[in-house]
Design a protein around this ligand. Sequence first.
Ligand SMILES: Cc1cc2nc3c(=O)[nH]c(=O)nc-3n(C[C@H](O)[C@H](O)[C@H](O)COP(=O)(O)OP(=O)(O)OC[C@H]3O[C@@H](n4cnc5c(N)ncnc54)[C@H](O)[C@@H]3O)c2cc1C
Length: 363
Amino acid sequence: MEGAHVGPKLPDVGHPQLGDTKKEAQVKNVVHGRMAACTLTGVPRPCYRHMFAQRRSPGPANRFFRRSSCLPSNFAVSNFIQYDSLLTDEERLVRDTTRQFIEDNLVPIIEECNRAGRFPRELVKPMADLGFFGASLKGYGCAGMGNVEYGLMTQELERGDSGVRSFVSVQSGLCMYPIYEFGSEEQKETWLPPMQKGEKLGCFGLTEPDFGSNPGGMRTRAKKVGNEYVLNGEKMWITSGTIADVAIIWAKVENEKDKIRGFLVETDRPGFKADDIHGKWSLRASVTSGLALQDVHIPEANLLPKTGGLKSPLMCLNQASHGGRLARPWPAMTVRCNIRCCENSGAISPSLRTSSCKTSSRG
Ligand SMILES: Cc1cc2nc3c(=O)[nH]c(=O)nc-3n(C[C@H](O)[C@H](O)[C@H](O)COP(=O)(O)OP(=O)(O)OC[C@H]3O[C@@H](n4cnc5c(N)ncnc54)[C@H](O)[C@@H]3O)c2cc1C
């Protein structure tokens, strides 16, 4: 099938590369036999039948498939669009290491955790050792991963369990990131190294019982009194609330015309209370809590100095959801969950795997 395409004969233009336009990549794919041209129009179009045939018998001339063939066999099943060929060796190493960790440590216990509504806290330290927390941050013991590496890591976590991925996203994107982005040097030195090691856990308090999609309406207030702030309010649906050592609390500051600012609140301060929310139907392996703050006094040094307005918490949500702008784990998460379903179906029935893969490759 190598080079089998209809339409005009094209010159050898090399293999597709990053930076090619869609059209250039399509032309190169036709030349190298990974795409067929439409018999009517001659326009390149994907030929999945051809791609799967190539996968079964990788030829020596086919660099594209040789690269994929070094992957674990169960991963190759779901490599529908030859996505791996776009990754560097380092990116694949991050992805495969995370995947192996999840397969060895999370997959065997996740069913029990889900049924019991138990967060697998025993995995916090091993995850920290692999550099999962604050992975995209630089310095303070963090791994300094690129955005694609961070996204791939998150994708593999999601493949294991949404709740555990959620815990890691909160620790990294919603707690360590705001300290890194909006904090003073002293705050960074105090919190980031122990959070990276998993010795200290964080939670992010933005949502309130009456304000979820509209956080700008929040009722939580901070009032400056002397060299302290006094916080009052309630937060709801807070991941890791009852296991956190520090809460990033977003509140309107009365002395600053109700400007929204972020505060570091140690969870053992008098007046701070956290209770778990029970009976969730999803993300059952993560802790979700309600927080109550009643006259919680914190030193003014606990204000995250560079926060100002709703933009600050929204930047954190952006970081947590998109894994740093480029990697965008959100679509990856959905794809990853579906891929695991597909692979599991395949483990039960090879014929089902074939049909699932065909369906997905068209979707
Ligand atoms: C498991 C879990 C963990 C969470 N962890 C955290 C956390 O760590 N920290 C934190 O701060 N929050 C957390 N949240 C809260 C989450 O961010 C909110 O659930 C989310 O912002 C939505 O708010 P809500 O649940 O109050 O829904 P609502 O705002 O009441 O919305 C309900 C529905 O109405 C729709 N809707 C709302 N307004 C409009 C509109 N104007 N037009 C059209 N449709 C609309 C929404 O899309 C949604 O489908 C968590 C939630 C869950 C379930």
